[in-house]
Design a protein around this ligand. Structure first.
Ligand code: C5P
Length: 243
């Protein structure tokens, strides 16, 4: 796998034409495009068909399902070929995480979202989480990663700060995808991410994929920024294998 193939770029834009521009610009510089709530609500499944049939790229369908088992399974079963990754919140419960056979048929890999990277220990405690977990987010993420794995998920989404613990506990095959990535050279105005790491740090810690949005999208030269992230990924891979 080329280093850039580990770079996931979120198409966090409000409409298709903005997404099309970014796809044309970055297609050869990132590994996978991510479709999240903003673009999906704006453009719907037709945009996913556009990605597959016209842009000819696979995508990460990051809709972070969180609902009762029947609703989540129904949504998972409608995922079409072309989606390489999809997400379900782990705290939606074990039964909702258990993927329907039809979903496996489409070839999508399912990731459990453990604890969003904008949340801090204070946020978790304020929402009623036991202190033992709120004050020790790697412990919470490990607990939820175990639930995701037992339910049949292919991996998890977690912060780079937790990637090493998940890899150590669940082995190399269980995918770790890390958002909340902030290169040292990129400033994001009004940033909402909290549990952050650089691309180099997250990959070195064991992430299989990193999600990098605003540091690339808002850069004066997004192609150059993506290439710089890929170079950090390459260095992180070298250093983690001791090469
Ligand atoms: O790099 P940037 O902060 O712009 O990336 C934002 C993207 O990361 C959004 O698409 C958001 O949905 C995603 N994200 C995620 N899981 C988190 C935090 C952010 O998938 N825990």
């Amino acid at each position: 796998m080329q280093p850039r193939e580990r770079l996931i770029f979120p198409l966090d834009v409000p409409h298709k034409s903005a997404a099309e521009r970014l796809i044309a610009l970055l297609k050869d510089h990132v590994g996978l495009f991510k479709v999240g709530l903003e673009l999906f609500v704006a453009e719907g499944p037709a945009f996913l068909q556009f990605l597959t049939a016209t842009a000819r790229v696979e995508y990460f369908l990051d809709l972070k399902f969180h609902d009762i088992p029947a609703t989540v399974r129904g949504a998972l079963a409608r995922i079409q070929a072309g989606a390489r990754l999809a997400t379900v919140h782990v705290d939606t419960g074990r039964e909702s995480l258990n993927p329907a056979p039809e979903v496996r048929g489409s070839g999508v890999k399912l990731l459990g979202v453990t604890a969003l990277t904008h949340l801090t220990a204070d946020d978790m405690e304020a929402m009623g989480l036991a202190r033992e977990y709120a004050r020790d987010l790697p412990k919470l993420v490990l607990l939820r990663a175990g639930i995701a794995r037992a339910a049949g998920c292919d991996g998890v989404v977690c912060a780079g700060t937790e990637a090493g613990a998940v890899k150590a506990a669940f082995g190399p095959e269980f995918l770790v995808v890390c958002p909340g990535i902030r290169p040292a050279w990129a400033a994001v105005p009004g940033d909402d991410q909290r549990r952050i790491m650089t691309p180099y740090e997250a990959i070195k810690a064991g992430a299989d994929y990193i999600v990098v949005g605003r540091p690339i999208r808002l850069a004066p030269d997004p192609v150059d920024a993506a290439d710089k992230v890929a170079a950090e990924i390459e260095q992180g891979l070298k250093d983690r294998s001791g090469a």
